[in-house]
Structure formats: C-alpha cells, structure tokens
Design a protein around this ligand. Structure first.
Ligand SMILES: Cc1ncc(COP(=O)(O)O)c(C=O)c1O
Length: 440
C-alpha cells in the first residue's frame, strides 16, 4: 500500500481516503464502489506541469484519458490547465459534454473512424496523431470543409520497447502502432502530410510501453527520436516543432513495485526534459515543444475499489476463497495480464493478518481471481475489502459480463464525497435490448 496524506488508517482502524471513511462510503453508495482521490489527481497534474515549466519551458502534459474517462475527470483536467489525449469518438464526445476545450486535445488511434475524425475536427480538435496513411486524405478534406488547417503529429515507432523492469532496443517494425523510423515509412507519411493544403505537420509522437520503472528506457527514446529529428532537418530540410513522448510511468500495485511520492514521479518528467535539452544542444536541432501523455501515474494510485465480502469457501489444506461482490467485470487486469494487487479489510485495518486467502470475483470464470494468497485478518461476510491502485484501466475496461452492473464512481476530497458516475441499474442493462422484429 502506498499510503500518503490523503490515504490513511484512522484511529478507529478504518481506512480513509480523501478524508472519507471507506466503510461509511459503502454504507452510503453501496458496493462495489470505485473511489477516486481528487486531491491526489490534481497534485500529480500540478507537479508534472510545474516540472515541465521549470526544467524545460515550452510544453505541457496531456492526461491519457484511456486510463479513466468520465466527465468529472475532464472537468478537473480543464481546471488544471493541462491537455488530454483521446482515442475514440466516445472519449471525444465525453470531453465535449464536459466542456473541455478540444483545442487542447490529442486524438490517437491506429484506425480512427471517419465519423470519429469528423466529430473531432468539427469540434476543433487541437492535434491529430496520424497513425495510418489513409488518414491524410480524410483529415485534409474534413479540415477544408471546416475552413481550417489541421495540426498533426505522426506516431513513430522508435524501436525502443519497455515494460515494467526491462526494455529492449529493437529494429522490429512489426507493430499495429506507429510508423517505423528504421525504414522510409515515417518519412513517406511526413512528405504526404506536408503535401496537403489543409494539414500542418508539427512533429512526432512515440509511446514506448506501460508500467515502466527503468527510466533509462525514456532517455534512450529521447536520444533515438532526436537523432531522427536531426536527420529530418539535415537530409530533408524538415523542421519538427513538437515532440510527444507518450506515457508509461510505472506505479505501485504490489510488493516488488517501487513506491513513489508525487515528487519522485516527477523524476520521470525531469529525466525526459533534461535529456531532451541535452540532445537539442548536442545535436544542434531546434528546441521543440515538449509533451508527455501519462495516464496510469495520474489516476492509478488515486483510485481504490471497495467490495463487500460474501461467500467464504475453505478447501481444507488447499485454499481459502473469499468471494467479493465484483470481480473481472470491474477489474479485468488480473485475468488479462495476471496483474497483482494489494488489499486490506477497510474496517479492520489495524487487526493482525493471520489468515491467507484468495480473493475471488463473482463471475462465471475460474480465472476471475483478483488476488492470490493475500494476508488478511480472518474475514467474514459483510467485511469491506479495499483493493488499492485501481484508478487506472479498471473502470475504463469494465464490462457487463454475466450482466453484472458497472459500479458507481465517487470522488472524494477534504472529507466530502461526490458521485461522478452513477451505478448501473438493471434497467440500464436492458435499455438497448429489443425483441426481435424481422423486416421482410
Ligand atoms: C499513445 C499512448 N499514450 C499514453 C498512454 C498512457 O500510458 P500510461 O497510462 O501507462 O501512462 C498510452 C497507453 O497505452 C498510449 O497508448
């Protein structure tokens, strides 16, 4: 657990987040319940923004809204004066409905639909990150129809791949994302974009992976990308105004992961900006605008999920299953990536952990296990289980498998709570269903 000012165990032995008692949150809103710590989200955004300003100058961060998307998060990002990254019409629509200024949004996707591009351009999207050749014509036409010049970056594949504790440099061009800089793919698309009247080519984007702890991978990416920028300038006379280095900063999920406070997270940003400054000077290139796109490191540790414990099945000498009222429908990451989590009994947080259990979800899948071999006090039906670091890619990836309902999301701050997303109801679940009525 990565406890901090806004998350603590109070003197009654109850977990508090954002000044709110977690057991009382469940009494009020029901469970499962996603709880998001607003102050933590704002603190990380402010720290990243300040670090970019103080160590580099021209730049900003874009919150990668794929990590967690709803109107409330866009309202917060708008207030914090940061950009966002969006990857679908649904995210664009949500941002527009939240009143987010789309001029500060970056639109990604390896297969953006024409309807999505139209929605984006009609609503004044600031930047489109081009990730296939076909987009060029569509963007050019839509921008012309809107009487505008559309700013674009291209997503490149720098051949640096990183995940968690290791990274590799590869010449591999086999990825559904990005254009390779190891062959002429990237240059060809840049030339194509530059030939379009209603498109302004502004620069490059890369994203080298997720949950990265080895910061050297980011420094290497900056080096490789700026080599390419220098090559574009010297060999092709092409100027790059902006570089976006994506997201991927690793967060603490479970034992073995580093625990960073907000200042320590800024070390990722500092390393990127300082390496970029150094490369710009050494390689004699124009100083570009600097962008990053973190998602997980902003909302991941801000979120916890509260569940109510139900059935307990003790298979003597083998395993004790403690079942919760949610599971893979609100947290698919365990089944999908074998992701590890930590959890405590929110109302009995000071009690000795003298039992070892496996936390099972309620879905009809044997793989619906949230945590294996978790040390807990002897749990009983009705106890509240708090699972940590569930703010990113949990609600965002939730499903209605088995027609389980998507839980509510509440934000907490200074001892107050507010609903950001209402819990689904059974009526919501059948809303789009219709009885068959074949046309003849
Ligand atoms: C293009 C792009 N930018 C940003 C992110 C955010 O990464 P993270 O949430 O790990 O910071 C992702 C994640 O997949 C991504 O694909």
């Amino acid at each position: 657990m990565n406890f901090r000012d806004t998350m603590k165990i109070n003197d009654k032995g109850v977990l508090e987040i954002g000044g709110c008692d977690c057991v009382k949150l469940v009494e009020r809103y029901g469970s499962p319940l996603f709880v998001m710590d607003e102050q933590y989200i704002r603190d990380v955004c402010r720290a990243y923004k300040k670090t970019i300003e103080s160590t580099y100058g021209n730049g900003n961060m874009a919150y990668a809204s794929k990590a967690f998307c709803c109107k409330a998060i866009y309202e917060i990002m708008q207030e914090e004066g940061v950009c966002i990254d969006v990857v679908s019409g649904g995210e664009i629509y949500t941002a527009v409905k939240a009143g987010f200024d789309l001029n500060n949004a970056y639109f990604h996707g390896n297969n953006k639909l024409q309807t999505e591009l139209k929605l984006a351009i009609d609503n004044g999207i600031g930047t489109i990150v081009v990730d296939n050749v076909d987009e060029a014509d569509v963007i050019d036409r839509l921008a012309r129809e809107n009487n505008t010049i559309q700013k674009v970056l291209i997503r490149i594949n720098p051949g640096v791949e990183a995940h968690t504790h290791s990274f590799i440099q590869t010449a591999k061009v086999d990825s559904k994302f990005g254009f390779s800089i190891k062959n002429s793919d990237a240059l060809d698309v840049i030339k194509l974009l530059k030939s379009k009247k209603n498109i302004r080519f502004a620069g490059l984007h890369c994203h080298i992976g997720s949950q990265i702890f080895d910061k050297k991978a980011f420094a290497l990416a900056v080096d490789v990308v700026t080599d390419y920028v220098a090559q574009l300038a010297s060999e092709e006379g092409i100027e790059v105004d902006e570089l976006n280095f994506g997201g991927g900063f690793g967060v603490h999920y479970a034992e073995g992961d580093p625990k960073y406070n907000v200042e320590e997270y800024c070390d990722y940003v500092k390393l990127l900006t300082l390496t970029l400054k150094d490369c710009v000077e050494r390689k004699g290139i124009k100083m570009p605008k600097f962008m990053i796109e973190p998602g997980r490191s902003i909302v991941g540790e801000a979120g916890i999920t509260l569940y109510t414990i139900g059935a307990i099945k003790d298979i003597k000498g083998i395993r004790k299953y403690v079942a919760i009222d949610g599971g893979m429908t609100d947290n698919i990451r365990c089944a999908l990536y074998d992701a590890k989590y930590e959890a405590i009994l929110a109302g009995r947080a000071n009690e000795k952990c003298n039992d070892v259990v496996t936390v099972a979800g309620k879905c009809c899948e044997s793989g619906d296990i949230i945590i294996k071999d978790l040390a807990l006090p002897k749990a009983k039906r009705g106890d509240i289980l708090a699972v940590f670091t569930t703010g990113a890619y949990c609600y965002a990836m939730s499903s209605n498998y088995n027609r389980n309902l998507t839980p509510a999301v509440v934000f907490v701050k200074d001892g107050k709570s507010a609903v950001a997303v209402k819990a689904q109801t059974y009526e919501d679940i059948v809303r789009a269903d219709v009885s068959l009525d074949y046309d003849n």
